[in-house]
Design a protein around this ligand. Sequence first.
Ligand SMILES: [Zn+2]
Length: 430
Amino acid sequence: MRTLPNTAQSPLPATESKGKRRKVCESLPVDNRINVVRAHESETDAMDKIPRGFDKIIGHDFAKRVLRKAAGSGSPAHAYIFLGPEGVGKLTTAVEFAKALNCDNAEEGSPCCECAICRMIDQGNLPDVRIWSPEGKNTRIDLMREMRDLAILKPLRARWKVNIIEQGDTLNEEAANCILKLVEEPPEFLVNILLYRNAAAVLPTIWSRCSVVRFVPVAKEDLADRLASDFGLDRSQAQLLASYAQGCPGRAIRLIGNSQFAAQRDAVARVADGLSRRRLWWAPRLAEDLRTAMHVSDGTSSAENVETFQDDDRVEETGRAYRLSARDSAIRSLDLLLSWYGDLLAVKVQGQQASVVNVDRLDMLQAHSDRYRTVEDLLSAIDAIQNCRRRIIGNANPQIAVEALMIELAGWQTDSNASATLGTSLGSIV
Ligand SMILES: [Zn+2]
């Protein structure tokens, strides 16, 4: 169970976030601890400037309208599914909805954010509003049983008791069935909000008993506008983070002041530079550079994984967890590389007028792009990166797969037959 966030679309509730970071910091080298703390401090500073209540939620106007109306009417549905990708704003919206339902001074379904109830919810001190989070990769049945047993007790202070169930995707059938009756026939004072990333993960029995509120990625320009106005970022920085976040404000906010992200981008740019020079003998070193940069500087990924490992008591899980960490790290590096090659393709086709993710590296992109003779060369490279990503997701050894990719990309050539032959032989290796 988690306490509540008091920050706009913060990836973690503030109080829990500190605890989580403290746990992580204890497990990291001293330099990394400093980075994590600094990232948190700059994040906290930025948070002080943001709007409050439903206004702090970036995008999702339709969802906000629906929920304001429900809170204002005083008769919300007894169960909601908030459906949308990670970091899009589901948790923040759920908490604001809980405040709107219980605020002493709510106006037209919007919380005041000043009254005792609002503050207690923001600070995670109101036991009637709770976030239930999975432990490790699964939501445990005993956690859902605890939630079910507590749910029948009347609220202590609030009008509405609100259960927010994070990552509903991790509910297995047994855990979902445990709360089915609660979702179907809840006490009159209870509102359940289940947060899901994928509609396919929602059991039909749950789906049919809930009001579904969809959260779609926010338009890039809208997100950049809010990052600039709410967090004081300059325009190019806001556009860069908005592009990387792919419409998910939580991801963008997480990257504000994150020096590790800048280091990762630098590493990927260096690797892409080496690849564009077409020197096959550099490939193993480039693969090592990419791997090292991600492992050393990937604070966010490591943090999540460290937390997961610590929660898992079984020693035999350690090896599997390490492989998951290497896979996550490799996939993350390939995502950054893919965005770079996507930009190269855009610049190749549209020149300096291209709309690119790495807006601050346009000159470098132009120089790299000029080294590729045709658009097809870049399309083949993008194809190779995507194939490598798929292989790693499909359980290929991340290190070998990335090394093979580097060989393929460093040896790029316009002869499509030769490229296809190389790709086939690499496929058999991994
Ligand atoms: Zn209030």
